[in-house]
Design a protein around this ligand. Structure first.
Ligand code: PLP
Length: 387
């Protein structure tokens, strides 16, 4: 049976460009980039070339890119880096959106015991955070705002340029978790005016276990929350660098962004076909998140009378990989905090189905997904009626 992959928000397969670049690097036989001999120079050159490519695509300087183990480490480090210098003094207030990923909410959650206060700004029922709400939440004591660039569950794209402008004018640090956005929509840190930005390679065709944190030059003195030890990454992140990972990430980003306009257009067209098809064919289905202001490949629904996880299992049997929300919260029975924040009831939020498609998805795949969701949802309804 041909399988259809519709869970690109969880992870993407390694793209051919990244695989090729990585295997070429392995063939070169790079050593430890900290060494003083030829193999070390091979590794160092590859690492710095990768850093330059990544920096260029997001409008940053190479010195502003720190390689990390992925998005979680980058998010955790951004928050720690903002928090540490404020342990004493009169700044103790943080503003975050209520739809942040756990890589942001968990480190924020433990700050209360450390004497910090985290306020959630509002989010509309359309899944979009308003810059006015952020402005209202900022206090004289605020030192950090964290609003993601695009949501991992419902795909809504946030007004980060407006929020960044606001933060800069109020002298507040701005972190944006762009893990779902980088490689999918154009990102320019100068336009966003963020101080920190987190990204992860496996969300855009790169390998797992590598990501990066952008830290705006001069916005902080030290980076905290990364591994400590050796002096790698200019003393900002210890540990022998994952050079092949960085090479793969740079190649994947280069590939994704070179074709971003056309792929984005094609994927958006297929996504709209998917949304229309599910809303038409599946009784009780409603779309989560704004219809237009969303990532090209994201479609997320609540389906009345159907529970998300059994639906995902039935879809798997039908050859379709989908999810009922964030990969990191599989098994959570309380329902998604994102769906709750946009006004869905606990019961509704347990009925979520996230379908995230990519440039590899075809029109025939989309039509098959629609048919399978319709049939599997009907089967589940029948099963629950039959007791
Ligand atoms: N932030 C967002 C928005 C995500 O979607 C994810 C992963 O799903 C992460 C952070 C964590 O990234 P990683 O899995 O690379 O640690």
């Amino acid at each position: 049976m041909k399988r259809i992959y519709a869970d690109s928000a969880a992870t993407t397969p390694l793209c051919a460009a990244a695989a090729k670049a990585m295997s070429e690097y392995y063939e070169l036989g790079g050593g430890n980039p900290s060494g003083l001999y030829a193999e070390a120079r091979t590794a160092k050159d590859a690492l710095e070339r990768s850093r330059a490519v990544i920096a260029e695509w997001i409008g940053a300087k190479p010195s502003e890119i720190i390689f990390t183990s992925g998005g979680t480490e980058a998010d955790n480090a951004a928050i720690r880096t903002a928090v540490e210098p404020n342990r004493s003094g009169d700044k103790f207030h943080i503003v975050a959106s209520p739809i942040e990923h756990h890589a942001v909410t968990k480190p924020l959650g433990s700050l209360y015991e450390e004497g910090f206060y985290v306020d959630r700004c509002g989010v509309g029922n359309d899944g979009v955070v308003s810059a006015d709400d952020v402005a209202r939440a900022i206090q004289p004591e605020t030192f950090l705002v964290s609003v993601m660039t695009a949501n991992n569950e419902i795909g809504t794209v946030q007004p980060v340029e407006e929020i960044g402008e606001l933060c800069r004018s109020r002298g507040v640090l701005f972190h944006t978790d762009a893990v779902q956005a980088v490689g999918h929509i154009p990102i320019d840190v100068r336009k966003i005016k963020c101080d920190f930005l987190a990204a992860s390679a496996h969300k855009f065709g790169g390998p797992t276990g590598i990501g990066f944190l952008y830290v705006r030059d001069g916005c902080v003195e030290h980076v905290y929350g990364t591994p400590v030890g050796g002096g790698q990454e200019r003393g900002r992140r210890a540990g022998t660098e994952n050079v092949a990972g960085a090479v793969g990430m740079a190649a994947a980003l280069d590939h994704a962004m070179t074709y971003c306009k056309t792929t984005g257009y094609l994927v958006t067209t297929l996504r709209d076909r998917l949304i229309d098809g599910i809303l038409r064919e599946v009784p009780g289905a409603v779309l989560n998140g704004d219809r237009e202001r969303r990532l090209p490949g994201n479609a997320n629904f609540c389906i009345e009378g159907v529970t998300g996880e059994p639906l995902v299992l039935l879809l798997d049997e039908a050859g379709i990989s989908a999810s009922s929300g964030s990969a990191c919260t599989t098994g959570n029975t309380e329902g998604s905090h994102v769906l709750r924040a946009i006004g869905r009831t606990p019961e509704e939020s347990r009925s979520a189905l996230r379908l995230t498609i990519s440039g590899d998805t075809t029109q025939a795949d989309v039509d098959e997904i629609i048919r399978a969701v319709r049939d599997c949802a009907a089967k589940l309804r029948g099963m629950s009626k039959g007791g």
